[in-house]
Design a protein around this ligand. Structure first.
Ligand code: GRF
Length: 201
């Protein structure tokens, strides 16, 4: 399956995927393009180091025109022949047209056990709520924010003296495992959506 990965920054989830691919753990996943909305994203360097084509569609060039930015991104992803997409720290909400353009699937990783703590600073939200367990979720993307059918989740305990950074670090370790597992299932076409549920075949 030809996959595009969308990023906005650090790219550690992208790196986990590319390293897994290198180790032979993702034989059906062909990473054809890494696209960022931020030119300085460190993840772009990671992609280049793995010889993956990269592309930048800066959102700053589309002020007050989110649909226009989405369209430019979709064009680049089509040009790169992406069949399905991984949002790995892509800090943009994507519109309904975008979702429709990739019917084979768009997946996202989020640092909480959804539906708890959607949106920004999910780890801080979990700490401030007093949650004892948080974690990460990989889910299909629909028109809602952090909303689509859940593929898999991994739990992480919240300890008494956790701050946003310490919890984020422990969750990130699990994210790197979860995203590889989910992309393996996606690329092997073993995921079927039934209503809100994802059946793993
Ligand atoms: C991760 O915590 C991910 O769950 C969230 O954004 C962060 C991206 O980190 N959506 P990285 O760029 O993959 O290192």
């Amino acid at each position: 399956m030809k996959l595009g990965v969308l990023i906005s920054g650090r790219g550690s989830n992208l790196e986990a995927l590319l390293d897994a691919r290198k180790r032979g753990e993702l034989p059906r996943a062909d990473f054809v393009l890494v696209l960022s909305n931020v030119a300085e994203a460190r993840g772009l360097e990671i992609a280049r180091a793995h010889d993956i084509p990269t592309c930048v569609v800066a959102h700053s060039a589309y002020r007050r025109d989110r649909a226009g930015h989405d369209r430019a991104v979709i064009d680049e992803l089509r040009r790169g022949e992406c069949e399905a997409l991984i949002l790995a720290g892509y800090m943009r909400i994507i519109g309904a047209e975008f979702v429709k353009a990739f019917p084979r699937g768009i997946i996202n990783i989020h640092p909480s056990l959804l539906p708890s703590f959607p949106g920004l600073h999910a780890q801080k939200q979990a700490i401030e709520w007093g949650a004892k367990i948080s974690g990460c979720t990989v889910h299909f993307v629909d028109e809602g924010m952090d909303n689509g059918p859940i593929i898999l989740q991994k739990s992480v305990p919240v300890v008494q003296d956790d701050d946003e950074e310490s919890l984020a670090t422990r969750i990130l370790e699990q994210e790197h495992k979860a995203i590889v597992e989910a992309v393996k299932l996606l690329s092997e076409e073993r995921l079927r959506i039934v209503g809100r549920k994802v059946i793993i075949e």
